[in-house]
Design a protein around this ligand. Structure first.
Ligand code: NOJ
Ligand code: CA
Length: 558
């Protein structure tokens, strides 16, 4: 009778709280993106419709029903614009088109329409810091010192023969300056040499970039993930960064990037981008590598007028199953000045499956991590393949490496290919990703971890993700509730409540390989009705028993 009652309540609430596309706020003043589950698609690796070994937009369109059924409300597509692909799309040569390897603008429009039909929002990746060296703006800029686009990028004389303007190093190795013989000057590139930095101090750059966002908003895009926002501005005097005597994995002396990262002017640019976004009711997600919550707060903006969803990567820095560490990060971001955004994997970092897996219980731990970040107060951004327990599979030989970072850093730094392998759809050749040889090898785990098989298995990681996402979308406390930590000194089980009006949901996560018990009485509750739990985790009166890495999510009563 209990579960039936709660189901009816949940359905009533979820219809009250439901959103159409951009239909404003719910009863609690929350906007669609605050309850949405976002899903990052690395387009090269998701689904290949024309069998050339590279994923594409029609491939994504063919999987929308899968995404809908999984419980996804918005997809963020990593760059799919024309690009020489030196950094696999993060080197854009035209912001207002689609690369032929991914399809056409007409394909994009079809995808957008099909997504809209299913209530799925599309978020594009806006590479704001740099363009490709093949972008028409850069080609004009490098053509002569007097070209009208010269000042769209950062050009300087060297300090002397063969000496770059200062000591800044590139994130991808070597000097951040490349000499250009025809005009006898250096240009600045924080990333690869094929990714020259735009000069955001030039108002023409700013306004051209704002216009790019307008162009896509008018085409139906619901927002952007802004790439590398930390690096938009540089010290105009180009002062040397303080440098260590120790080298990094790429062989450069470590630097404190005080003159070319996180400059305060970044926030002027973000406020400008937000102003345009607000005209279209759009959402801005930021790639924000912050060191602490004070820095994260800056990205929300003093009056919440910058990024709605700056990604909280501090969460990904907790690299072991430590209730105390997670508790600390969750509490900190809940006390921040904006809405939390949780990420556990993406195309630049080791997959969570390996970061937290112990080698024996990886699937259980993958479910545990899913239960954690999909039940918190805040917006989760999933990464494709996380829902089936995809494993980071780095190249084993230097000749196989595709990522420029791995080619420079081999063998210490193997690059990011390992977390970008093709999506594992089924057990057939190439994991059903493509009939041709995929651009990156399919990991051997596709035989055990793939969508088709896991869909049939009620105990799979995928089935668990579907269940937890369903609960998240229908349970009012999970949608709207506050985050309340409980049993805060417990070193083994991470427990918290989500409370909304007279409802309380408990989430208890056993982060150890041993059975654990927790007591509800300390928080004043007498009984629990399970909403979702692993098979051997259950409550008896006010005591909850959790199997190793067990999960227990329940409605509490006093
Ligand atoms: C961050 C992106 O996530 C990464 O993949 C890329 O290499 C750099 N920015 C440069 O655009
Ligand atoms: Ca293709």
């Amino acid at each position: 009778m209990h579960s039936r009652f709660w189901l009816i309540i949940a359905l009533v609430f979820s219809s009250l709280l439901a959103f159409g596309q951009n239909s404003g706020k719910d009863a609690e003043g929350h906007q669609w993106w605050q309850h949405a589950v976002f899903y990052e698609i690395y387009p090269r690796s998701f689904a290949d419709s024309n069998n050339d070994g590279i994923g594409d937009l029609n491939g994504i369109a063919s999987k929308l029903d899968y995404l809908k059924e999984l419980g996804i409300d918005a997809i963020w597509i990593s760059p799919c614009f024309p690009s020489p692909q030196v950094d696999f799309g993060y080197d854009v040569s035209d912001y207002e088109d689609i690369d032929p390897m991914y399809g056409t603008l007409a394909d994009f429009d079809k995808l957008a329409a099909a997504a809209k039909e299913r209530g799925i929002h599309i978020i594009l990746d806006f590479v704001v810091n740099h363009t490709s060296d093949q972008h028409k703006w850069f080609l004009a800029s490098k053509s002569s010192r007097t070209n009208e686009y010269r000042n769209w990028y950062i050009w300087r004389d060297g300090r002397g023969p063969n000496q770059p303007p200062n000591n800044w190093t590139s994130e991808f190795g070597g000097s951040a300056w490349k000499f250009d013989p025809p005009t006898n000057q250096y240009y600045y590139h924080f990333f690869y040499a094929g990714q020259p930095d735009l000069n955001w101090r030039n108002p023409k750059v700013e306004s051209a970039m704002f216009d790019v966002t307008r162009w896509w908003y008018k085409r139906g895009v619901s927002g952007f993930r802004l790439d590398a926002v930390d690096t938009l501005f540089e010290d105009p005097a180009l002062k040397d960064n303080p440098q260590d005597s120790e080298k990094n994995a790429l062989g450069d002396f470590k630097q404190e990037r005080i003159y070319n990262q996180k400059l305060p002017e970044v926030h002027d640019a973000l406020r400008g981008l937000r102003k345009v976004a607000d005209e279209y009711d759009a959402v801005l997600i930021g790639e924000t590598w912050t060191n602490d919550i004070a820095e994260l707060n800056k990205y929300y903006g003093e009056s919440n007028n910058e990024l709605q969803l700056p990604m909280d990567f501090l969460f990904t820095k907790v690299d072991k199953l430590s209730p105390a560490e997670f508790r600390k990060q969750i509490a900190a971001v809940n006390a921040a000045s904006g809405w939390p955004t949780f990420v556990i994997s993406n195309h630049d970092i080791e997959r969570s499956y390996d970061r937290y897996g112990d080698g024996h219980h990886n699937d259980e731990i993958a479910k545990l991590m899913g239960a954690l970040y999909l039940t918190l107060r805040g917006t989760p951004i999933m990464y494709y393949g996380e829902e089936i327990g995809m494993k980071t599979t780095p190249p084993t030989r230097k000749e196989e490496v595709k990522d420029p970072v791995g080619r420079v850093g081999w063998p210490k730094e193997k690059g990011r290919d390992g977390e970008r392998t093709p999506m594992q759809w089924d057990e057939s050749a190439n994991a059903g990703f493509s009939a041709a040889k995929p651009w990156l090898p399919v990991p051997p785990t596709y035989k055990t971890h793939n969508v088709a098989d896991e869909s049939k298995d009620p105990n799979s990681v995928l089935s668990f993700y579907k269940s937890v996402l369903k609960l998240r979308h229908t349970n009012p406390a999970l949608m709207e509730g506050n985050y309340v930590p409980v049993n805060e000194s417990d070193q083994s089980v991470l427990s918290y409540l989500r409370t909304y009006r007279d409802q309380t949901v408990l989430i208890a996560l056993n982060m150890t390989g041993f059975m654990q018990k927790i007591s509800l009485s300390k928080s004043g509750f007498k009984s629990a009705a399970s909403l979702l739990a692993t098979s051997k985790s259950a409550a008896n009166g006010d005591t909850v028993t959790l199997e190793p890495f067990g999960i227990y999510i329940a409605q509490l009563a006093k």
